[in-house]
Ligand binder design. Structure first.
Ligand code: MBD
Ligand code: FE
Length: 290
């Protein structure tokens, strides 16, 4: 983990950033392309050329000064030092990559993965309760539904990998408070492809305000908030995994998500269950064959 000041506890930006960078390194080395593979010269010239020209146009159009150019360099270095590249990229760019990918996909609506997924979480059989503290705060929430193929047939081998913040907006693995594995799990569906997951309602999330991504966001006057959300990876053998999130109706940040990742089809309207002040939402998933 990176700390800028030896002997002091890491700030929330450093903890979230450094852990997200470690996690991204693992994920990128095992499951995605390494730089250089599959990229031909024409494509690099076209894409990187367009990106650089966008920045040059901003410099020309806004008459960027040397002191602003220097501030930009300092900021980029700070993003590296704090390990915030995954956070910055997933907040400000991933939604466009996801939209492009979604143009050629069938099945349930997806949205961005974000920087806080962790591999190797506890495997549970539906109906399942996610790992949580004895006194885990927050409204009890049940998420239930069915996983089918695009032809409507249930997918008995389906799994729902779910992770979300606690009632205070902290992710386990990326903050001091929640214990490792808290509110994370991989739930195996039953023979009918059904799942029922017992957890707590997550809270809205603000990106760390003490790191470079948060400072940029605050200085620009943009909202640093994400609406409360559940992250899900819904998988089944022979089918393309759906990466998605579910939000909650009435959330004050639905229309101002800093990560631009909300979609109307992804907003739940949980109903009271009648026992213990809890709520329940039903939501099905459709996976396309691979
Ligand atoms: C999150 O919780 C998140 O889901 C994304 C995409 C970016 C930052 C924080
Ligand atoms: Fe998130």
């Amino acid at each position: 983990m990176t700390t800028t000041d030896q002997g002091t506890a890491p700030s929330s930006a450093e903890l979230a950033g450094a852990n997200a960078t470690e996690s991204a390194r693992l994920g990128l080395s095992s499951t995605r392309e390494t730089p250089g593979t599959g990229a031909d010269a024409d494509r690099v010239a076209a894409v990187v050329g367009a990106a650089l020209e966008g920045i040059r146009a901003a410099i020309r159009d806004h008459k960027v000064t040397y002191s602003e150019f220097d501030a930009f360099k300092r900021w980029l270095i700070e993003v590296s030092d704090t390990g915030e590249w995954p956070l910055f990229l997933d907040v400000y760019l991933e939604f466009e990559v996801e939209r492009v990918a979604a143009e050629s996909r069938q099945g349930s609506t997806g949205t961005i993965l974000g920087p806080f997924w962790l591999d190797g979480q506890v495997r549970l059989q539906s109906p399942a309760t996610l790992p949580m503290r004895e006194d885990e705060p927050g409204t009890p929430l049940v998420l239930a539904g069915r996983v089918t193929g695009t032809d409507g047939t249930p997918l008995p081998g389906a799994t729902v990998d779910i992770w979300h913040t606690d009632d205070e907006g902290w992710y386990s693995g990326f903050a001091e408070k929640p214990p490792a594995g808290n509110l994370r799990g991989v739930v195996a569906c039953d023979e009918q492809g059904r799942f029922e997951i017992h957890t707590r309602r997550p809270a809205p999330y603000t990106i760390p305000l003490d790191g470079p991504t948060g400072k940029l966001t605050t200085i620009a006057g943009w909202s640093p908030w994400r609406p409360a959300h559940l992250h899900l990876l819904v998988s089944a053998p022979g089918h393309r995994t759906v990466t998605t999130q579910l939000f909650f109706t009435g959330d004050p940040y639905l229309d101002s998500d800093v990560a631009s990742a909300t979609k109307p089809e992804l907003v739940l309207d949980p109903q009271p269950t009648g026992d213990g002040g809890g709520v329940r939402s039903d939501h099905d998933f459709v996976l396309e064959p691979e």
